[in-house]
Design a protein around this ligand. Structure first.
Ligand SMILES: *Cc1c(COP(=O)(O)O)cnc(C)c1O
Length: 400
């Protein structure tokens, strides 16, 4: 008799975005002429860079000719040309990698969810709260015990290591949903904690391209000792608008080992390669060529231009919140603004008020964890006009 994996029953209902769309649809049906501005979903809106499209078209044409057609990729870990490009991107920041340490993926969501496959069910998992829901959901499916490190107004919504130990640690910087970014000193504390506990940090760097402050680290591997305790997962989704194109990369240092129950140390990289070899067959060739183009000088310049547009939106938002005297994090080095709901409203009550009185949609902080209650997330991924208009409506709503 086929039986369900009971761990799937431990998952919480995927309530947040379902409930948002339910309430939005209800409002739109009752107000068919409304002019909604959506600042809730974390998806990009700007098209792919021209350099990326050209590369993808060229690769698609190669696939149509006998001489240049490609089938299965040999390694399944990504073509050398793309791994070299990723390696070069890291090298610019002084992080030296070997190509075999780089795994090309179809995005950061799948790898950040799948990576727990290779760790024991006995391991405890530390997640910062609030957090991107994938970390909790995937480890719940994996039957692991989840512990929380609190991100609060007191620490600028950038949780620091707790007193208790943990085995796997998920960090995301710049953070979704709070927009906070760890400094070098803060990441040094996390690396120290991981080394002390023989733990592994899974560092989600999906928003690293939004960092403009030269003092802030883009990669955990900018921190000394991190190659002995960290895996980095990143993606071109937010860097280059690949949310619908799908490509990311995961870095596992060769020197990173973990101990099996037999007491022997094994290479994490080799185990992950083995796992991917069995459960993943690589990213399509045209997409890998498109990703390669992101890392060219031309591609990087074009992507930077788009990101600047989003960051300018974030600056407009930050300016409005500052003017209104609303406490917030993010807005700098991040496409997210995370703010305290005015007048101590709970986050769903504020969601409702903003929808009904300003016709602006955001995301209630409570959906990202217990510390998100009373807080709210807005994204800078919209158009300039909509962002400015939404801020005007918000200001009007709160001052009249
Ligand atoms: C958007 C996002 C990603 C990227 O996911 P993809 O699967 O690469 O599209 C990863 N982590 C966080 C926290 C994100 O918000």
């Amino acid at each position: 008799m086929a039986q369900l994996n009971d761990h799937f029953l431990d998952l919480k209902e995927n309530y947040l975005f379902k409930e948002i769309s339910r309430q939005v649809n209800e409002y739109v049906s009752a107000h068919p002429d409304c002019k909604l501005i959506k600042m809730g979903i974390g998806d990009v809106t700007q098209p792919l860079a021209p350099a990326v499209v050209t590369a993808m078209e060229k690769a698609a044409a190669e696939m149509g000719k006998k001489e240049t057609f490609r089938g299965y990729e040999d390694s399944g870990q990504g073509y050398d040309f793309l791994r070299e490009a990723v390696k070069g991107y890291y090298a610019k920041r002084g992080v030296e990698l070997d190509c075999e340490e780089i795994f090309i993926s179809d995005g950061a969501k799948s790898d950040s969810g799948n990576i727990n496959d290779i760790f024991s069910e006995e391991n405890t998992v530390l997640v910062t709260d609030p957090a991107y829901p994938v970390y909790v959901d995937s480890n719940t499916m994996g039957g692991k015990k989840i512990l929380y490190a609190d991100s609060t107004p007191e620490n600028g919504f950038a949780a620091m290591p707790p007193e208790f130990p943990a085995d796997l640690i998920y960090l995301c910087s710049p953070n979704n949903p709070t927009g906070s970014v760890y400094t070098k000193e803060q990441l040094e504390k996390w690396v120290e904690y991981a080394l002390k506990n023989k733990a592994v940090i899974i560092f989600d760097a999906a928003y690293e391209a939004f960092i403009t402050d030269p003092a802030l680290p883009h990669s955990i591997f900018e921190i000394e000792g991190a190659k002995d305790c960290a895996i980095e997962i990143s993606s071109l989704s937010k860097t280059a608008g690949f949310t619908g194109t799908r490509c990311g990369y995961t870095v596992i240092p060769s020197q990173l080992t973990f101990t099996a129950s037999d007491g022997t140390a094994y290479s994490v990289r080799k185990i992950w390669a083995r796992r991917q070899g069995s459960k993943f067959n690589g990213v399509s060739y045209p997409v890998q060529r498109a990703a390669e183009a992101v890392f060219t000088e031309e591609g990087l310049a074009q992507c930077r231009q788009t990101i600047k547009g989003y960051l300018d939106n974030a600056a407009i938002m930050a300016e409005t919140f500052t003017k209104l005297g609303i406490e917030f994090t993010g807005g700098l080095n991040s496409p997210y603004i995370w703010f305290r709901c005015p007048n101590n409203m709970d986050s769903w009550a504020f969601f409702r008020k903003l929808l009904e009185e300003a016709e602006v949609v955001g995301t209630p902080g409570a959906g990202f964890g217990k510390n998100g209650e009373g807080w709210f997330r807005m994204t800078a991924f919209g158009s300039r006009e909509n962002t400015a208009e939404a801020m005007q409506r918000l200001e009007k709503m709160l001052t009249t």
